[in-house]
Design a protein around this ligand. Structure first.
Ligand SMILES: [Zn+2]
Length: 336
């Protein structure tokens, strides 16, 4: 069974694309770089990100999602049933192309299998993570112009996500994160939204993680234990950890991925600050059920800042591990 150090460090998924990759994409669109050359650039970018993660000391890395333009668009482009309108602003100066659902959602071909296999071939550890956008968020961030209700759309998306997850497990995926940043957007949808997420995870034999970030956690807190996942990771730093009381109140009992890095702020947290934050979280949860991560993907930060933030996160975590060792905790935990 795979082992990890206690308080494993990970990333949420996305990482800043190297500037040269953005240039390569532009050249490809202008017809000055072939598709084959662009694929090579994407692969080289994934390699650079893995290298950053390795140097920073991340225990459970990703490929930085550098091959995906955006977390809804990427999937919508590859599933039957979507078409595209213009870009919509999401955060500061970031835009995404909001897709519309115009016919029944169908699975045409694997979405992430190539990305997974390439990451596997270059990863410095078997404990790397593959991320996928969940059915509720895919639906919530699209226009529904076909299904009678959003619920009908989400359940059809759950089916195709489930097909993709089976394909990923078949090629060896061991840690899968389902991204559901929109899951707590609408109180009235929560009951069936949980059911749909669980439907998308049905029969998947892997370590399952869910990512929930910005918004009002009071809506979702009472239901967190109902998700069929091993772990949920949250944006917590930006809220100064105020939701931990709430999670405790509702007896949250899964592993928790604690966001200790604010990805919307360019200020680099110090290792001491990370250490202090983790120690305060240990007052709420058992250390062997805590993972350490940034609040969200690092994509929108300048690359050097994203890297420094990861370095601080790892150093702060290592300082806490030393303290735990003195208290008699084991050095390692098993993956599942
Ligand atoms: Zn997020």
């Amino acid at each position: 069974m795979a082992e990890l150090p206690i308080l494993p460090t990970t990333v949420i998924g996305s990482y800043p694309r190297p500037k040269w990759l953005r240039e390569a994409i532009r050249l490809n669109k202008a017809g000055k770089l072939s598709d084959e050359e662009l694929t090579e650039a994407f692969n080289d970018a994934a390699l650079s990100v893995l290298h950053d993660h390795y140097v920073a000391g991340i225990d459970v890395p990703t490929d930085g999602e550098v091959k995906r333009d955006e977390m809804v668009e990427y999937f919508a482009e590859r599933l039957k049933g979507f078409r595209f309108y213009g870009p919509v602003r999401v955060w500061g100066t970031a835009y995404y192309v909001k897709p519309a659902v115009v016919s029944k959602i169908e699975y045409l071909r694997p979405l992430l299998v190539d990305e997974f296999l390439y990451t596997k071939s270059i990863s410095y550890t078997d404990n790397f993570k593959i991320t996928i956008t969940g059915p509720y968020t895919l639906a919530y961030w699209s226009y529904n112009e076909f299904y009678r209700t959003r619920k009908d759309l989400v359940f059809d998306l759950a089916k195709v996500i489930n097909q993709e997850l089976h394909n990923l497990v078949n090629v060896g995926a061991k840690i899968i994160q389902i991204d559901e940043p929109a899951i707590h957007s609408t109180k009235e949808d929560i009951d069936w939204a949980i059911e749909a997420v669980n439907e998308s995870l049905k029969g998947i034999d892997a370590k399952l993680v869910m990512h929930i970030c910005y918004g009002d956690y009071r809506i979702i807190a009472p239901y967190l234990n109902e998700f069929n996942v091993d772990q949920i990771n949250f944006a917590l730093k930006i809220y100064d950890y105020k939701y931990l009381d709430l999670f405790k109140k509702y007896d949250y009992n899964k592993e928790i991925g604690v966001g200790v890095i604010d990805v919307h702020n360019r200020r680099i947290e110090s290792p001491e600050e990370v250490k202090k934050d983790i120690l305060s979280v240990i007052n709420y949860f058992e250390p062997n059920k805590i993972w350490i991560n940034p609040d969200c993907g690092l994509k929108l930060l300048p690359r050097s800042i994203a890297f420094q933030k990861m370095v601080s996160m790892v150093k702060g975590t290592q300082m806490v591990r030393e303290e735990l060792k003195k208290k008699g905790y084991t050095d390692t935990i098993s993956l599942r």
